[in-house]
Design a protein around this ligand. Structure first.
Ligand code: HEM
Length: 134
């Protein structure tokens, strides 16, 4: 479903590029991303498609994020929480509050589901933990 009234593609580009500027400069997450992503230009274009598909219903993203994250070594809950904190920092600065809210909702849900999938695949004998409260 197209929802062109929520925001423009330009606003999504700003959100994505602003967020990954923070990620790349971050001492916890920067090294994880930088050691797996050779071509940032390509990654950012994929991420714009991903967020455009979610927020505008463009259908432009056709990847599979779960296996890509499951394959990353040594991810921890604190990394997903920190990812969300940086994302929140980015959305907080957006003048388009409706866009900020929708993006935030999706980020929370997807981070949670990626973290569950990660734990179930990489630590199948442990009960998976959520991301809320410590
Ligand atoms: C600890 C948190 C996270 C880390 C360290 C992380 C790291 C990465 C890395 C290194 C890649 C590139 C993988 C590759 O190309 O092989 C990637 C791709 C991606 N990530 Fe994450 N990520 C995190 C959380 C999230 C969250 C919360 C979302 C969504 C809200 C997300 C969405 C994506 C998407 C859509 C891709 C592109 C997959 C594709 O190539 O189609 N990530 N991530």
């Amino acid at each position: 479903m197209d929802r062109p009234e929520l925001c423009t593609e330009e606003e999504i580009i700003k959100l994505v590029y602003g967020f990954y500027d923070k990620v790349r400069a971050d001492t916890l997450l920067g090294p994880v991303f930088n050691s797996h992503i050779d071509d940032w230009d390509k990654h950012l274009k994929i991420m714009v498609k991903f967020w455009s598909s979610l927020l505008l219903g463009t259908g432009s993203y056709s990847g599979t994020p779960m296996p890509k994250h499951i394959a990353l070594p040594d991810l921890h809950a604190n990394m997903f929480k920190h990812w969300l904190a940086l994302f929140h920092e980015t959305t907080s600065a957006l003048p388009n509050r409706m866009l900020a809210e929708r993006a935030e909702e999706y980020a929370q849900r997807i981070a949670q589901s990626l973290w569950y999938g990660y734990q179930i695949n990489n630590n199948p004998n442990r009960i998976p933990s959520g991301l809320a409260n410590g």
